[in-house]
Design a protein around this ligand. Structure first.
Ligand SMILES: Nc1ncnc2c1ncn2[C@@H]1O[C@H](COP(=O)(O)OP(=O)(O)OP(=O)(O)O)[C@@H](O)[C@H]1O
Length: 284
């Protein structure tokens, strides 16, 4: 049963371990304020947010994102979608509400760009149901927004890493889900495409989507995200607005770097200048 007042997505007391190491311990988070998105007829536009998940290499960002999508299962704790346990949702139903852009975008089979983007429509279609006009318009729109129209017929196996990353982002856009979860979606993109993709995600958040992305570029995170969460020592160690989170003390403690943090008079964004590592060993 879903509940109207529950957050769109939340996790409670999540713990995840590999045989030799605990990665996440007792993580509780809430994303999005209301759940009207789960009623396809309603179009609530107030609960969107653009959340950046940050932390050193190995801090557990990808692991948490996979737990939130239901791809991985927690050892303890629960993920809920609009108040209902993710365990009660079939995979196809989850895919109507959560799209995922993985860190690894390699594909072995020579699908065309359009074919991969069109896979974003599968959760909305019955088995073997052909795309309708609406599906086709969403596929075209997603390719247009990610600058892929000119390579729609090319094989994904022949694309650069950044081009392939955009194909996966387009697939997520075509999926038209209220929640988008992305694992370092701009890691391979050139500066222009980074700005375009982050601005697009911000627009989606303004339109009511919940966007959760792992991101290493803290200046980009400061500029585009509404909220930042730092993972360190298997825990959420900070959660708030970028200017509250990106402090020199947090950067020293959780990113092992001496940095200068300034707020621009021009646009009000935080600017981080990394000065030097705290020691020769960067810690998670
Ligand atoms: N299949 C696995 N088996 C064992 N340990 C793993 C496995 N996958 C990841 N880990 C470990 O889990 C921890 C968290 O990994 P995760 O990929 O979630 O970190 P991350 O914060 O996303 O890192 P990065 O910034 O480098 O992408 C790391 O210590 C990693 O070595």
């Amino acid at each position: 049963m879903t509940s109207k007042n529950a957050p769109l997505l939340s996790c409670t007391k999540l713990t995840f371990s590999y045989p030799k190491n605990v990665v996440l311990d007792n993580i509780s988070l809430e994303f999005g304020i209301q759940s009207q998105h789960l009623n396809a007829q309603e179009n609530n536009k107030t609960s969107g947010e653009f959340v950046g998940l940050i932390g050193a290499n190995g801090a557990g960002k990808s692991t948490l994102l996979k737990l939130l999508t239901g791809i991985s299962k927690p050892n303890q704790g629960e993920v809920t979608l609009s108040g209902a346990s993710l365990k009660t949702f079939k995979r196809k139903l989850i895919a109507q509400y959560i799209s995922f852009v993985p860190q690894d975008t390699s594909i072995d089979y020579a699908f065309s760009v359009r074919e991969v983007v069109a896979m974003g429509r599968h959760p909305h279609l019955k088995s073997f149901e052909p795309e309708g006009e609406y599906d086709q318009s969403r596929i075209m729109h997603a390719m247009e927004k990610t600058d892929l129209l000119k390579m729609a017929d090319r094989s994904v196996t022949e694309l650069s890493g950044g081009e392939r990353q955009r194909v996966f982002i387009a697939r997520a856009l075509a999926q038209e889900t209220p929640i988008l979860i992305l694992d370092e979606p701009t890691a391979s993109l050139d500066l222009c495409h980074q700005l375009e993709v982050l601005a697009l995600l911000k627009t989606l958040a303004r339109e009511g989507h919940v966007i959760i992305t792992a991101i290493h570029d803290l200046n980009m995170a400061a500029r585009f995200c509404d909220r930042l969460i730092i993972l360190a020592n298997q825990q959420v160690v900070a959660d708030g607005k970028p200017e509250e989170i990106l402090t020199e003390s947090h950067l020293r403690q959780h990113f092992s770097v001496e940095a200068r943090v300034d707020k621009s008079d021009e646009d009000g964004f935080i600017r981080i200048t990394a000065l030097q590592p705290v020691s020769h060993i960067c810690s998670a």
